[in-house]
Design a protein around this ligand. Structure first.
Ligand SMILES: [Zn+2]
Length: 404
């Protein structure tokens, strides 16, 4: 009897310790499921001109041929209210032998403003911005019109380059093929897509990197890719770092939203980056618990937590220095390193305390370390993202090795 009681008490405390703890943030947010509407997948055709949305990442809610070469497209969000990040993606082609110059107008839901400059690709891998002279944004900014030539081979048009769950999987596996790396699936999204995890390093201490809570934020994901490629480049710095630290990378927190062409939410109709208090959505619940369990089981501690996003401009949303945390000096040391090592670059640091249940605050409430949201601008040039991602990784490695 006595032994049984001790046994069950031990069991209970193990369960409690290996789950993320809830926290009452000053601005709580209801993250219970809300209804979403799913776009109808179809191919539209008129006189040998085809347009469709039947691929992962697509968004095209309705289409009208005004005539043989003029098209109006309607773009709606998964549900509302919603942050204004009006994502669109579709593809076009013509009958064999034909070529057609088309003019497309995109109208957005209610009075949401145009945000993403149209990108074009003929292989879904290499993207370029449509040239300025081909694009005109309406005076009221509520719609955008652009022209280009459609050929028999598929042309893709998208708000940002397509980086679907399969693309993220290929990249993750490539990183995991490093001798310091491994790849696994730690759970499933609401619709059954994989929640991917890449582990890099063999060190005692932990670094956590997360990305793509918000589907359109591809530039933030590119910063994560550059950041991780520097961690995995087998340089002297990277090897010494990975001996002392293990990096846990969760590259795609919202795979359903990404593949279903959502503006922001998961299929529970919820902004996942408001669910880091009560874990009502399966994606956050499983990933938060996986981080906590991994740290506990390896008797480790988290030294840094970065969450990669995109917004209108480059900014670091940091944790207020007035909150007393472990690794308190990390933020300033790291940002100083980045500023010093990118010529002519001035850090945009916007600190705040605990407010709503975002991942940045979760690192404070869960691990008592300063969380950081790493925001890249929607239009930040790819070569600068690459440079900044790499220098940021280098800075993190140096600062954390120095603090060891
Ligand atoms: Zn975001």
């Amino acid at each position: 009897m006595r032994a049984g009681l001790i046994g069950s008490a031990f069991f209970i405390s193990t369960v409690v310790l290996s789950q993320a703890t809830t926290y009452d943030f000053p601005n709580p947010i209801d993250t219970n499921n809300k209804e979403i509407s799913v776009q109808e997948k179809q191919t539209y055709e008129r006189n040998g001109l085809f347009v469709d949305n039947q691929f992962d990442g697509a968004r095209l809610n309705a289409l009208k041929f005004e005539n043989d070469s003029t098209i109006t497209i309607q773009i709606d969000p998964e549900n509302s209210p919603i942050n204004p990040s009006p994502w669109y993606a579709f593809r076009l082609w013509t009958n064999a032998g034909a070529q057609k110059k088309v003019t497309i107008t995109i109208d957005y839901y209610e009075s949401v403003k145009h945000r993403y400059w149209p990108k074009i690709s003929d292989d879904r891998r290499t993207w370029s911005k449509l040239t300025e002279s081909m694009v005109s944004v309406a005076k009221d900014t509520l719609s955008v019109t652009f022209s280009f030539t459609v050929k028999p081979d598929t042309t893709w048009i998208s708000a940002q380059p397509l980086e679907t769950s399969e693309d993220v999987r290929s990249w993750s596996k490539e990183i995991a093929s490093n001798k310091w790396g491994s790849f696994d699936v730690i759970g499933k999204s609401r619709m059954g897509r994989d929640l991917m995890h890449v582990k890099l390093g063999k060190g005692k201490k932990t670094v956590v990197l997360i990305s793509r809570q918000h589907p359109p934020e591809v530039t933030g994901y590119y910063a994560l890719k550059a950041f991780v490629s520097r961690l995995a480049d087998n340089s002297k710095l990277s090897k010494s770092f990975l001996k002392k630290y293990t990096v846990h990378i969760y590259p795609l927190l919202n795979p359903d939203g990404v593949d279903m062409g959502h503006w922001r939410h998961n299929t529970g109709g919820v902004d996942l980056n408001r669910d880091w208090a009560y874990y009502r959505q399966p994606e956050i619940k499983q990933i938060a618990n996986h981080i906590v369990r991994t740290v506990r089981e390896s008797n480790s501690e988290v030294a840094a937590g970065l969450d990669f996003h995109s917004t209108f401009y480059d900014v670091y949303y940091t944790t207020s220095r007035s909150l007393e945390t472990k690794y308190q000096s990390f933020t300033d040391d790291w940002l100083n390193y980045i500023e010093t090592n990118i010529e002519g670059y001035e850090i945009n640091d916007q600190p705040s305390g605990l407010r709503s249940p975002v991942s940045k605050g979760w690192f404070v409430t869960q691990f008592n370390i300063p969380g950081i949201t790493f925001e890249i601008g929607d239009d930040t040039p790819p070569d600068f993202i690459e440079k900044k991602g790499k220098i940021s990784a280098e800075g993190m490695m140096k600062v954390l090795l120095d603090s060891n």
